[in-house]
Design a binder for this molecule. Structure first.
Ligand SMILES: [Zn+2]
Ligand SMILES: [Zn+2]
Length: 294
């Protein structure tokens, strides 16, 4: 059953203006600013570094506690995630935990199954309905004052400082190609996990939602596209379960573990990998089913 998308209202529209202007700038500014090798290299480097800030830090650490780390490195992870301009770690992880709790039900903040694809992709972000986050579900991290500060008063500081660093390195080319274009690309690659990964791809596990493994989303998001695997086993650091399911975020987490910055990296048990398998449906599903396989 489809529910109507909540109305945005004029206050919501005004609050969405910075996000919309950022998009306009990312489309228009490249026509007026020289593209340089430095700015392209910077853009690629910052895209992947900040994508890890979202996938490896915000998602797998703050939302799912898939590994442990020290308090200072936890803040470093939060800072890198914050530089992607997708709000703070408490906000991001709080809403993501809510997504898992109510996946593809009315309470899900961004389901393309119960609401429109537009709403699941970007509508919920610009609606102004989700300015706060479900605090009750984030008490494990909400107790750190430095995270609360970053989340509430300094959310835009890491991004703005990174933009300034790009200006220092390569002038306006650095800002536009190194920072701005990558920031907007990061938004939509991340949003694809909420929209496309509940619509397109294959289902390996009979989860209670419509999550799917979508290989092209996995490439763009450093492993997050193996979303049906993830809904099946949410608390493990790995989302690509087969050798060919490339999961760059997991490889980076393992490297951080190797040098001692993180530890207790959670792996799926062999038993969990076998549970609720849908062998017959793998590889054939391309359109949403009426009901997730039971
Ligand atoms: Zn999901
Ligand atoms: Zn998750």
């Amino acid at each position: 059953m489809k529910f109507p998308s909540p109305s945005t209202g004029w206050i919501g529209r005004i609050r969405a203006l910075p996000f919309i202007l950022l998009h306009v700038a990312a489309v228009v500014a490249p026509f007026f600013v020289e593209i340089t090798w430095t700015s392209v290299g910077l853009g690629l480097l910052l895209y992947f570094a900040r994508m890890f800030g979202i996938t490896g830090a915000y998602h797998r650490y703050f939302a799912h506690r898939a590994y442990k780390t020290s308090r200072w490195f936890q803040f470093v992870l939060a800072w890198i995630g914050c530089s992607a301009m997708q709000k703070g770690p408490l906000w991001w992880a709080g809403h993501h935990r809510h997504h898992h709790k109510y996946s593809d039900q009315e309470e899900d903040p961004h389901s393309p199954i119960v609401r429109s694809v537009w709403w699941s992709h970007v509508g919920w972000v610009i609606s102004g309905k989700f300015r706060g986050f479900p605090k009750a579900g984030m008490q494990d991290f909400d107790r750190f004052p430095e995270l609360r500060l970053l989340d509430s008063f300094f959310t835009w500081v890491p991004g703005i400082l990174l933009g300034a660093l790009c200006y220092w390195i390569d002038g306006w080319s650095g800002v536009v190609w190194g920072f701005l274009v990558g920031t907007v690309a990061l938004y939509h690659a991340t949003f694809l996990v909420n929209s496309a990964c509940h619509l397109f791809g294959t289902r390996r596990y009979a989860t209670t939602d419509f999550s799917r493994n979508c290989w092209w989303a996995a490439i763009l998001t450093m492993g997050e596209g193996w979303h049906n695997n993830h809904h099946h086993y949410q608390s493990c650091a790995r989302q690509g379960f087969k050798w060919w399911e490339i999961d760059m975020s997991y490889y980076i987490i393992r490297t951080l573990g190797f040098v001692g910055l993180v530890w207790d990296i959670r792996e799926p048990t062999p038993k969990a990998l076998e549970r609720n398998l849908i062998v017959a449906q793998e590889a054939k599903v391309s359109a949403p089913e009426k009901q997730p396989a039971a």
